[in-house]
Design a protein around this ligand. Structure first.
Ligand SMILES: Cc1ncc(C[n+]2csc(CCOP(=O)(O)OP(=O)(O)O)c2C)c(N)n1
Length: 623
């Protein structure tokens, strides 16, 4: 085993190509074995093993900087940079994150998780390097999926203008999470298939062979290299036109070829784009055959590739949303559906099969998804944009300026709201209630269960203005689904139980936690009123003020950060209306929360019914 001796990338510099190939095999086995137990981003990481080895055995890390886009393909990176042992606790509480994270290692040059940031960050590092008179190499590695994001284009555009020395490696496997989409993706697949590409590949081989070893004057060689490389530039003309020297495409599983290319392109002046072709899931047949299923995967059986799932669990919110969308779209022809590269994750894949002409996958482009929806709404249809809560952060201005300012009927469905679990700090959807609350005219709802999700979706698509529904990752609470949809009165809460002098006002997932808290309090002889607030905006002012007038204490519960959230809305109302009732707010702290299971993290934040009931009892004892 070579792998067990590797603690840092500089050890790779002395290895032969055969040894590096052996290491690739060992890394793959290690990744598959561990991810089968922890879950994680298997297929992207398997596809980038040779690329990682070629880069790390050529460049001088951590002086030279590699910035991984999204970072879900960086497991080999983690293992080769001193985290082989702790990799066993990947994505677990007190283990390591699933993404590069600056706090975790000096080799994690830039924190990632959201897509399409690597070229911007690399350009920033290149600009800082030049200002400070240093000379390290800066390399961004970006997938063809992440390349569909607007920020990647913005950065290419700026890099072509600044002409800083930097390398962008385009890790092209033809896949985003699902099939990649868009004109750029088609362009890249043309390069893959075009006859001149095959010719170019041959030419590249010839050129690489004929280049003398670097020696004389570096500049002369670099000029020569650039000119000779130009002969094979035809396929990547778009990048050339943007000011990059384009090299490729090359085989992203051939370490020798990649090392050759990297050791030469680092002598080139200005921005360079090296286009490598890889196979998603490479080296593990089930992942090669179903790269979408193995993009981000739970525990699985290595021999069969079957996922290990508990049977008989309630349906997930995502799948209830998925079915409801089809039912509603059958009744209402004006409904369209928009996803930003997450058809399976958001549950819109089924919609795309039933209503292909009313379905739009925009690529990793949340900002565009929202303004596209605004355009559709302005022209008479009712778009439903389904985005994970965390990624919708990207579209704040589009929601504010394009949707709300024009009061357009767009429904925003935010999946994975609140704590998401193993994906950690970059992926928790902890802020949406706060940022949506700032938007004039936006209706903000959170269902207490999966049946209420159906009714909220129905309410939203029948509402003539912007409305958002946010719901959590994972399974529902297991209630029966009604056949019909019910329109909910906008801004009206639902009192679940009456009694006592304490009112528990809860939204979304916290409604069932509030009911359990009330049971625990009842066991201690304390009666409570429980209210499902349903709407964070408009808030049911009448209900809150009535409770303030008749109760001794109000308690708010939400799975959102406390700053600016639902509890803050209640506090503002009480202050504005001069009510002095004691208020206790339960919610997520003003902090970034790391990875763990959803249950562990809710406990860490003091949000279990046991913790909340104890805190309420404590506060009464202090009175
Ligand atoms: C802003 C944002 N939107 C959506 C996602 C979810 N997401 C994670 S990886 C991915 C696909 C990335 O594809 P690509 O860059 O080609 O990498 P590959 O997985 O194919 O290696 C998507 C859509 C994200 N991380 N960030």
């Amino acid at each position: 085993m070579l792998l067990e001796y590797i603690e840092k990338p500089e050890q790779l510099h002395t290895l032969t190509i055969e040894q590096l190939s052996q290491l690739a095999k060992e890394l793959r086995e290690y990744i598959i074995e561990n991810v089968s137990r922890t879950g994680g981003h298997l297929a992207p990481s398997l596809g980038a093993v040779e690329l990682t080895l070629a880069l790390y055995s050529t460049f001088n890390l951590p002086v030279d900087k590699v910035i991984w886009d999204v970072g879900h393909q960086a497991y080999a990176h983690k293992i080769l940079t001193g985290r082989r042992e702790i990799f066993k606790k990947l994505r677990q509480k007190d283990g390591i994150t699933g993404f590069p994270c600056r706090k975790e290692s000096p080799y994690d040059t830039f924190g990632v998780g959201h897509a399409s940031t690597s070229i911007s960050a690399a350009l920033g590092m290149a600009a800082a390097r030049d200002l400070m008179g240093r000379g390290e190499h800066i390399i961004a590695v970006i997938g063809d999926g992440a390349m569909t994001g607007g920020e990647a284009f913005e950065a290419l555009n700026h890099a072509g203008d600044l002409k800083k020395n930097m390398i962008v490696v385009l890790n092209d496997n033809g896949m985003s999470i699902d099939c990649n989409v868009g004109a750029m993706s088609e362009y890249l697949s043309k390069i893959r298939l075009a006859p001149q590409y095959r010719q170019a590949k041959e030419d590249l081989k010839g050129i690489l062979k004929s280049i003398p070893h670097i020696g004389d004057t570096v500049i002369k060689t670099a000029e020569y290299l650039k000119d000779s490389m130009r002969a094979v530039l035809v396929p990547g003309e778009i990048f050339e036109e943007m000011g990059f020297t384009y090299i490729g495409p090359i085989d992203g599983h051939n370490i020798a070829v990649m090392k050759d290319v990297f050791s030469r392109v680092r002598l080139l002046e200005g921005p360079v784009l090296v286009h490598v072709h890889t196979k998603k899931g490479k080296g593990y047949l089930p992942a090669e055959l179903e790269p979408d299923k193995f993009h981000g995967v739970g525990k699985f059986d290595v021999t069969t590739g079957n996922l290990i799932k508990e049977n008989g669990r309630p349906k997930s919110y995502t799948s209830v949303f998925s079915d409801a969308m089809i039912e509603l779209a059958k009744k209402d022809e004006s409904i369209t559906a928009i996803t930003a590269a997450m058809p399976a994750g958001t549950g819109l894949k089924q919609f795309s099969e039933v209503f292909p002409e009313r379905y739009f996958d925009v690529g990793i482009a949340e900002e565009h998804a929202v303004t596209l929806a605004a355009g559709m709404a302005a022209a008479g249809v009712h778009p439903v944009v389904a985005i994970y809560s965390t990624f919708a952060q990207r579209a704040y201005d589009q929601l504010m300026h394009d949707v709300c300012l024009q009061n357009l009927p767009v429904t925003l469905c935010l999946d994975r709201a609140g704590i998401v679990g193993a994906d950690g700090a970059t992926h928790h959807g902890n802020f949406d209630l706060s940022y949506l609350r700032t938007m004039p005219g936006m209706v903000v709802m959170a269902p207490k269960d999966e049946n209420e999700l159906r009714n909220m979706l129905y309410t939203a698509v029948n509402y003539d203005g912007p409305a958002a529904v946010r719901y959590p990752r994972g399974e529902g609470v297991g209630v029966a689904l009604e056949n019909d949809f019910r329109e909910l009165p906008i801004g009206k809460a639902e009192v679940i139980q009456n009694g006592g002098k304490i009112a528990l006002l809860a939204v979304g997932t916290m409604v069932s936690a509030a009911c359990k808290t009330a049971e625990l309090l009842k066991d201690k002889g304390i009666e409570c009123t429980v209210v499902n607030m349903r709407f964070v905006k408009p808030l049911d002012r009448e209900c809150v003020l009535q409770m303030a007038d008749k109760m001794d204490m109000l308690v708010t519960m939400e799975e959102n950060v406390l700053p600016g959230g639902f509890g803050a809305a209640v506090a503002e109302l009480l202050a504005d209306e001069g009510r002095c009732v004691p208020l206790m707010r339960f919610g997520l702290p003003d902090a970034f929360i790391e990875q763990g299971t959803q249950r562990e993290l809710l406990e860490q934040c003091g949000l279990t019914p046991e913790q909340m009931s104890e805190k309420i009892i404590d506060s009464r004892n202090k009175e």
